[in-house]
Design a binder for this molecule. Structure first.
Ligand SMILES: C[S@@+](CC[C@H](N)C(=O)[O-])C[C@H]1O[C@@H](n2cnc3c(N)ncnc32)[C@H](O)[C@@H]1O
Length: 211
């Protein structure tokens, strides 16, 4: 069950409008979240190639407004900092330095080698892996941060510690190509979860914990 908090960070101008309900990435996001067979080898290959191609220009998507939902999630989502952070779908590491200031360890994982190559060194450990099959022990993660990333519900629930949290951020809210509303994140996760969600600037966020 997700409690929607009122917006405190105002809407921001010039929001990027890259996604829509019929965006191909939106369909993949839905299928991966709700159908364990939705992540096929062919799909994985296409997603990997796409993000390898996008990597050289990915830094152009950075913007001060982009961080607002992440900051708001940490301020109002309960106690999420400290310990071991898994940044899943970390891309070129736009958010990694910010996370590295708040956690003892940040493990930044991405499928795309080209994205990882461009990520800053020294702010965390970078690892190339597929989020559908993480080479991590059960319950080894205190906080998983997913920014515009697919949700692999069974795997994310497996690696998050019993008292851990999932921070879900869509930097352009429902206009983000890889987007799920907070109640769908909750519905997709195995077991009972609880949390809070809100809007901030361009984006939306949710912080979920086991009920
Ligand atoms: C939309 S980008 C977001 C990148 C970064 N979080 C940001 O906000 O700038 C999605 C990222 O997830 C990665 N990704 C997609 N599927 C993945 C998977 N199965 N395992 C790990 N990373 C994946 C892509 O390579 C890409 O870097």
């Amino acid at each position: 069950m997700i409690r929607q908090l009122p917006r405190v960070v105002p809407e921001a101008p010039d929001k990027p409008m890259r996604g829509s309900e019929d965006h191909p990435m939106r369909k993949v996001t839905q299928q991966v979240a709700f159908d364990p067979g939705g992540w096929t080898g062919e799909r994985r290959g296409k997603v990997e190639s796409l993000f390898n191609e996008l990597a050289p220009e990915w830094h152009t998507r950075d913007h001060p407004y982009r961080t607002q939902p992440l900051v708001d999630a940490f301020e109002r989502g309960g106690d999420v900092a400290g310990g071991m952070c898994l940044e899943l779908g970390s891309g070129t590491g736009i958010a990694t330095p910010w996370l590295a200031e708040r956690f003892a360890h940040v493990l930044s994982v991405d499928l795309s080698a080209e994205m990882l190559k461009l990520a800053p060194a020294g702010d965390g450990t970078r690892m190339r892996a597929d989020a559908s099959r993480l080479p991590l022990r059960d319950a080894s993660i205190d906080t998983a941060v997913l920014i515009n990333m697919f949700l692999f519900p069974i795997e994310i629930a497996r690696v998050i510690a019993p008292a851990g949290a999932l921070v879900w951020v869509n930097t352009s809210g429902a206009d983000t190509p890889i987007h799920l509303p907070a109640d769908e994140v909750d519905a997709a996760l195995p077991g009972e979860w609880t949390g809070v969600a809100s809007e901030a600037g361009w984006g939306t966020w949710a912080v979920l914990r086991r009920a």
